[in-house]
Design a protein around this ligand. Structure first.
Ligand code: NAD
Length: 262
């Protein structure tokens, strides 16, 4: 029996990278998955891959940072599956690396809208349903960029630090309800978001340097984040609440360190 057998789940940002890997894994573990993304064709492809593997999935195009669309995706999951047990609020944008003095309020607002207000809206609208049924698991994607500097731009990093705080405060807002809220903090993972970094390194022949700052000495795969999200979504994590767990090869365990040459 799968670890998510019988669960009704939503995964946002499910058209690519970590979200697609998570939707596929959740379904393999037995969940019915509403795969949500703003990119319709690609999220339909995720649902088709799940169906081809024998799982149950419905695709839905929605903006994860828009309140009416979040309400709509929560309502759709409940209508399709007869209830809702898990939300993985994973959709995010990087915003690129814009120098501080060139950043505009609009740039900040868009990144905070998608990366931080989106998860808040998932908590608000899915959470109400979960409180009534007295159970549920909400997982958000934060980042090592939310822990300290040099893993993303200023607004991106602030949005991810905000998620770490949000899961702590929201877990307490759900006090006594049986609803758990946690986050995963990925390190460097090869996905659509980091494609420019990987293409640049491959173009220069420096790919071997990617991920060299963490003790495992490599970058991560989307499936390695999906594994943590599935654990946090499952009943195996029944006593894990209000946590932001780094899955980063140990990057966040270290001070900056230059390894001696062999
Ligand atoms: N890749 C990394 O190294 C890394 C590291 C730390 C955290 N993250 C986080 O992981 C999450 C997933 O990103 P990824 O790396 O898989 O990138 P990705 O670009 O491959 O996937 C992100 C998905 O989110 C979707 N999306 C973006 N804005 C949306 C919106 N407003 N509404 C609905 N869908 C939207 C995109 O269409 C895309 O399919 C993000 O929150 C990102 O910040 C990634």
């Amino acid at each position: 029996m799968g670890r998510l057998e019988g669960k009704r789940a939503i995964v946002t940002g499910a058209a690519s990278g970590i979200g697609r890997a998570s939707a596929l894994l959740f379904a393999r573990e037995g969940a019915a998955v509403l795969a949500v993304d703003r990119t319709r064709d690609a999220v339909e492809e995720t649902a088709a891959q799940i169906a081809a593997a024998g799982g149950r999935s419905v695709a839905m195009a929605a903006d994860a940072g828009n309140e009416a669309e979040v309400q709509a995706y929560v309502a759709r999951a409940i209508a399709e599956f007869g209830g809702l047990d898990v939300v993985y609020a994973n959709a995010g944008i990087s915003g690129g690396m814009v120098p501080l003095f060139e950043q505009t309020v609009e740039h900040w607002q868009e990144i905070l809208r998608v990366n931080l207000i989106g998860p808040f809206l998932a908590l608000k609208h899915a959470g109400q349903h979960m409180v009534k049924q007295k159970s549920g698991a909400i997982v958000c994607t934060a980042s090592v960029a939310g822990l300290r500097a040099n893993a993303g731009g200023n607004p991106y990093s602030a949005s991810k630090a905000g998620i770490i705080s949000l899961v702590q405060t929201a877990a307490n807002s759900f006090f006594g309800t049986g609803v758990r809220v946690n986050a995963v903090c990925p390190g460097l993972i090869e996905t659509g978001m980091t494609k420019p970094i990987f293409e640049y390194a491959r173009g220069r022949g420096t790919e071997a340097n990617l991920g060299q700052l963490n003790p495992l000495g490599r970058y991560g795969e989307p499936e390695e984040i999906a594994a943590m999200a599935a654990f946090l979504a499952s009943d195996e994590a029944s006593y894990v609440n209000g946590q932001a767990i780094a899955v980063d090869g140990g990057l966040s365990s270290t001070h900056p360190f230059r390894r001696p040459r062999p």
